[in-house]
Structure formats: C-alpha cells, structure tokens
Ligand binder design. Structure first.
Ligand SMILES: Nc1nc2c(c(=O)[nH]1)N[C@H]1C(S)=C(S)[C@@H](COP(=O)(O)O)O[C@H]1N2
Ligand SMILES: [Mo]
Length: 208
C-alpha cells in the first residue's frame, strides 16, 4: 500500500481550517504593490502617529530602532487568492504605540500612510490587536525593500492589502476614509474569513 505523495512543485497542503474561502496556499512570497519601491534614507525617514490622539508621536530611524520589539507568527491571505502560512514576523507591537499615543474617545478608524502617498484604512478595533505589528523582520531576516522594508504594517487577520508596506504614519480618525484600493472598490474592512473582497459602491463625494 502506498500513501499518495505530493508531486514536486505542487502546492503545500494547508492544515484543516487554516485557509479562508477561495484561497490557495503558496510557498513563494509574491511581491505586489502599486508604483515604485521607495528609496530608504535613514537620515530623513520618520514615523508619525497623529490625528485623534492625546499625544502625537514622531520617531526618527535611530529612535525607532530603540523601541521594544516582539515576535508573532501569522498567515498571509492576499485578496488575489494566495495564502502564505506560518510567517514569523518581528517588529514593534501596534499596541505599544497606541498605548503611548492614547487614542481620543472619538477615535474609531485608522488610515495607514505609506511613503509615496499610498494609504489603507481599517477600523481601530481591527488595528488595536495584540497580533498586529509594525514589522521590520520576516522569518529572521530584515524585511527586503520590495516587501516593505524598513517598516511595514502586519495585520494578519485581514487581507494583506491592509498591511501597508513602507509605512511612515498612522492617522487616527473619527470617521472612516477610504484608502488607495478602497477608493477603487475594495472592502473597507477586508476580513478574509467573510470574503470581504469588494465593498459597496462608495458614495460620490464630488472630489473625484
Ligand atoms: N505601500 C504599499 N503597501 C502595500 C501595497 C502597495 O501598493 N503599497 N500593496 C498591498 C497589497 S495589495 C498586498 S497584496 C501586499 C503585498 O505584500 P508583499 O509584496 O510583501 O507580498 O502589500 C500591501 N501593501
Ligand atoms: Mo493585494
């Protein structure tokens, strides 16, 4: 009797319950983004937390590197249908900076702002989770520039487009504001377990 073996090159088997609907596992790590990979310059790089907070924060690169980091394991689910399981991330916990910034009672949403103007929005309750990191390392290596280095968001329970690469600022908001892909019709929340790929059409606010 022989046990069927996966053919070489066939996709990895995913453990029961690990794949959201419509997702297929991959061992590779595709690179996906709009526009150019921004150039990192430690002398001019900064990271800001502002908006509906009691304490606005700003870090230069050396200050950022002095922040405490932690490790988290998590899966990547891309809205285009691939999932990459068992990633090991290291970075500054999102909650560490939220604790320092102290969101005002009216803060309900966040807009993640990347170098070059790219943005992604999500509810504050999805952002304020123990699993979420401002990641600088993946599987023990510094994040390569094409994957968002030096710092990217990692929000593992939402589709990966919410995990902004080249993150430079977090703006806390009282009212939700669509980011780059969300303006293009993608979902305002993006829960892979609910297949929240596309959202309702946005009202035309006349701003184009
Ligand atoms: N700044 C920025 N972050 C981004 C994007 C982007 O275009 N710009 N694309 C998002 C999308 S759609 C995906 S699927 C993931 C891809 O991350 P990866 O290239 O590391 O796999 O990054 C997300 N973060
Ligand atoms: Mo994506």
């Amino acid at each position: 009797m022989s046990v069927p073996r996966p053919r070489p090159g066939s996709p990895p088997a995913a453990p029961e319950g690990r794949l959201p609907p419509g997702q297929a596992p991959t061992r590779k790590w595709p690179v996906l983004h709009y526009g150019e990979v921004p150039r990192f310059d430690a002398a001019t790089w900064d990271f800001q937390v502002y908006g509906e907070v009691e304490e606005e924060l700003r870090f230069g690169w050396e200050e950022w590197r002095a922040l405490p980091t932690e490790e988290r394991a998590g899966d990547i689910h891309c809205v285009t249908g691939w999932s990459r399981l068992d990633n090991r991330w290291r970075g500054v916990p999102v909650r560490e900076l939220l604790r320092r910034a102290r969101p005002r009672p009216g803060a309900r949403f966040v807009l993640l702002r990347a170098a070059g103007g790219w943005t992604a929005n999500l509810p504050l309750e999805d952002f304020d989770r123990d699993d979420n990191l401002f990641a600088t390392h993946h599987d023990g290596e510094p994040l390569p520039p094409e994957h968002g280095g030096p710092v990217r968001a990692v929000i593992p329970h939402l589709y990966f487009w919410k995990s902004a690469k080249w993150l430079r600022a977090v703006e806390l908001l009282a009212a939700d504001r669509p980011g780059f892909w969300e303006r293009g019709g993608y979902h305002m929340r993006g829960d892979p377990w609910k297949s929240e790929r596309f959202g309702d059409p946005l009202p035309d606010d006349g701003s184009g």
